[in-house]
Design a binder for this molecule. Structure first.
Ligand code: BV8
Ligand code: ZN
Length: 239
């Protein structure tokens, strides 16, 4: 099979495309990734802080971490990688789906429209007691931790480790992966499940897989193209 980048560019012109993104696509916007060398805050691992147990144990500490991330994201701008995906969607109307693990909202700000958010949204909060879920853009958050009108603690409306993904988002992602003819795996270590399993779903359904990442990942072995480099460099060149 001809796996030159030129071939990939050609098939992108007519294929049903899924772009599957992780923290790496926001790295060039200055947002720390989870597992990179400049990993996230303090020595805590995200698996520790991004969990219901950590929140139950110390909601203030968990909210300090999310507030710190919200402050960084607030100052950040979408980068050429985010913008290239928004442009690709514009050229592939009706046959492009963006499935992201990211919670930072930079894809929205770059102009992407058809976005499946597998792990929620850092700019949404949800009440731990009543049905309230709403947008909250307050930077910095005050008071911390924030409370609902009903008096209960609010939590970030993101999916923590050990929590199920939103059923509608997961359903849409599975459907898109099963229909995809090209599946782009961009800026993810492909280590968090069930999200990372989408690559296998696409591959098994006959999709041609391309990986965009400066480092090797487990997804490489499923890929026909491994484009070794930064998303901000590679994606604009794919357009
Ligand atoms: C669930 C939201 C069950 C919160 C996140 C043991 C084995 C297998 C699985 C498990 C296990 N133990 C536990 C599990 C399950 C667990 C899991 O997969 N754990 C992993 C760590 C082993 N999964 C879960 O718990 C999931 N839920 O299973 O529930 C269930 C089922 C039914 C009913 C009830 C319960 C929930 C997982 C979601 C967790 N939430 N985030 C928040 O953000 O605070 S996950 C978190 O990791 C982020 O969402 C992030 O997106 C995601 C994946 O990380 P990446 O995006 O890939 O980022 P990472 O830093 O890892 O990699 C960055 C990559 O970018 C690198 O490859 C780097 O080289 C590259 N890069 C760097 N610069 C660039 C670049 N690429 C391109 N350009 C650049 N410039
Ligand atoms: Zn409430």
């Amino acid at each position: 099979m001809d796996n030159s980048p030129g071939t990939l560019r050609t098939i992108l012109e007519a294929a049903r495309i899924v772009a599957f993104t992780g923290a790496g696509i926001s790295a060039e916007s200055g947002i720390p990734t989870f597992r990179g060398p400049n990993g996230l805050w303090r020595s805590f691992s995200p698996e520790k802080l991004a969990s219901p147990e950590a929140f139950a144990d110390d909601p203030r500490l968990v909210w300090e971490w999310y507030d710190w991330r919200r402050q960084i994201i607030h100052k950040a701008q979408p980068n050429p990688g985010h913008r290239a995906l928004a442009e690709m969607e514009g050229r592939a109307v009706g046959r492009f789906t963006l499935v992201t693990q990211n919670v930072d909202g930079l894809h929205d700000r770059a102009g992407s429209r058809n976005i499946v958010k597998l792990h929620g949204d850092i700019w949404q909060v949800r009440c731990t007691a009543c049905a309230v879920q709403e947008q909250n853009d307050q930077v910095p958050m005050d008071p911390l931790p924030p409370r609902c009108r009903c008096g209960a603690l609010l939590r970030p409306a993101v999916v923590w480790f050990g929590e199920a993904l939103p059923a509608d988002a997961w359903g849409r992602a599975l459907e898109a992966a099963a229909q995809a003819q090209v599946f782009l795996v961009i800026g993810t270590s492909a280590t968090v499940y069930p999200a990372a399993g989408l690559v296998q779903v696409a591959r098994k359904s006959g999709a041609r897989v391309a990986v965009v990442n400066p480092d090797p990942t487990p997804a490489d072995q499923l890929a026909e193209w491994v484009l070794r480099g930064a998303a901000g460099d590679i994606l604009p060149r794919l357009l």
